[in-house]
Design a protein around this ligand. Sequence first.
Ligand code: C2E
Ligand code: SIN
Ligand code: SIN
Ligand code: FE
Ligand code: FE
Length: 696
Amino acid sequence: YASEADAFGPGEVELLRKLADNLSFGIKALRDRTAFKESEVRYHSLFQQATDGILSVDAQGRIRECNPSICAMLGYECEELLAKNLQELISPEDLAAKPLMIAQAAEGEPLFVERKLCRKDGAVVITEASVTKLESGLLLEIARDVTERKQREEEIRARNAELAALYGLSTHMRAAKRTAELLPIVLVEIHRLLGADGSRVTLLLPDRVLCTIALGEGLWKKSTGLTIPVEQCFCRPVVQTGKPYASEDYGAEARALPPGSKEEEIGPVAFVPLKSEEELLGVLGIARHRGADSRPFTPAEVRLLAAIGEMVGNVLRRLKLYEEAERRLRHTQALRSIDMAITGSLDLRVTFKVILDEITAQLGVDAAAILRLDPYTKTLKYEAWRGFRGKNLGHIALGLGEGFAGRAALERSSLYLPELGEAEQDAAQEQLLAGEGFAAYYAVPLIAKGHVQGVLEIFCRKPAVPDGEWLEFLETLAGQAAVAIDNAELFHDLERANVELIRAYDATIEGWAYALDLKDEETEGHSRRVTEMTLRIAREMGLKDEELVHVRRGALLHDIGKMGVPDAILLKPGKLTDEEWEIMRRHPVYAYQMLSRIGYLRPALDIPYCHHEKWDGTGYPRGLKGEEIPLPARIFAVVDVFDALTSDRPYRPAWPKEKALAYLRQQAGRHFDPRVVEAFLSLTEQNLLFEGDGTP
Ligand code: C2E
Ligand code: SIN
Ligand code: SIN
Ligand code: FE
Ligand code: FE
């Protein structure tokens, strides 16, 4: 300062301070303004370049700003958006659930929300948005398009649900042991999983021209069991292309509809192939009621159905293989039981019954019959039949060439008439089929060793389409029937020959016995008499028929050994010398030597060999004692001595009957088995033993 007077006065200082204040305010303001400008530029470029869509709206939802991303996201021009209210962009159901959220948004605190926005073209964009209330009261909405992610998530969820459904179904299917058990399980699950009102499974028959509706449910319940040409079946498009087929209004489509279904009630449908290893087994179909509220099947539902179809196809194949194996086993068992009937029974009627039982059971037919060819009259006669409606076929005879059976026999070849209605019939055949309602017919000639033995006939009341295995089994069964007839004939021939042979043998034995009687100069009929008496006592004492055959032969031949005794001794009128006795006592041993060489007489040896043994052991040739002596011989000894005593002999006259009976009583327990003597006397008292006595 130069002088006090130069100094600034307080007023000036005050002014300067105020100026300085103003200046610093100005500088600050200038600085702030620069900063604001920068942030505004930065904000603007962010706003413009952000990949997220950004909108700012006022408190009423009017759009004030929009960035290019949101324009692209929604398909609008910027100007168009600026003319809109956010409410118009939010999808209606979303808006109802989550309004603009202006009220909720607190200043500076962003809210996160998922919104479905509508594009200009109508498509829906799913966004995840943050909503922030700005100082200015505007609402800033930053939206990110998550539509694709959401769709992927949705798809994954749907796939998971499908997998769970398939897994559940496969668990259910595992319980099925038969095709017939499997299908109801599958259809019930399909109705549940896909919200269907009807469903059906069609299986292709081996010819692939016909198909059978194996099971129908709901709208298609009535068509279960129908067999129709694929041409007329709903499954046709799938059979032709091998691909799924869906329609939104099936009932309205012009086509030959399968009978029995209420097609006009059917709206949306979906059909998928039942496939296993590329082989089309059939078609699986589902349907919904026709009507305004009825939803078409979505591609996802058709896809799920196709996956089910594939799974069911594989299970069907597994069951089919199992059922086939089981059927083969049953066939083998059937053949075995027929074999056993053939070998076990000589009665053809029994064998035929077994064959017909097995045929109707194993081939699943309604009726069957076996005709036999009479080789002399050349006519076929019904020998056995089953499944006819109370018809007696027993009196029907067909000439060769007459009727279907006659034709099969004459031509020696099988006759297959799966559509009987179209076959020409002669009068005999018409009479046979009248009133039976048969739809299919098969005849197989029964040929054994080159000869026609008869014909096997098969009848079905439903049209049947047999497969190769069925026909093969039919031919096998016919082969067995032919073998059965041949066997029975062979056996009857053999049996006849055998009976004749046995008769010849027995006549020979009787001849020998007669010759012996004559030679021994015993009264005629000694052998026959002692044989009859012996058999009566033997029967009384409990010997069985098969033993009596041998007792009879043994008794007839009891003294055949005397053929080895010289006539000089045999016919000697007086007492025998010791030497002569010695020879005479050999006759049982001679009998043994003669007869033991003849097989069929060996079991008859007891009497010829042992009839001179005595109960007390003093007999000959071996001195057997008590029950060592075969029973037939013990019985015979009593009868023989009684008959010898009551007959004239070269060495003494006949004794009276009473004396002989007394002798038997006296010798009981010595010469004779007391039980035999008792039986003998008892039968004598009842007058049952001697000729002319009443035979029991
Ligand atoms: P045969 O004449 O058929 O007699 C069978 C058996 O009946 C005899 O067996 C004997 O047990 C009994 N029998 C027969 N006649 C008499 C009899 O007068 N008295 C008694 N007590 N028993 C009698 P046996 O004794 O072993 O004789 C076997 C066979 O030897 C006889 O069969 C007969 O062919 C012959 N024979 C036995 N004694 C004589 C005899 O004195 N003279 C001759 N020529 N033959 C005799
Ligand atoms: C027989 O061989 O004739 C009968 C069998 C017996 O009882 O000893
Ligand atoms: C035979 O072999 O012919 C006879 C059979 C029998 O002992 O009855
Ligand atoms: Fe004798
Ligand atoms: Fe005798």
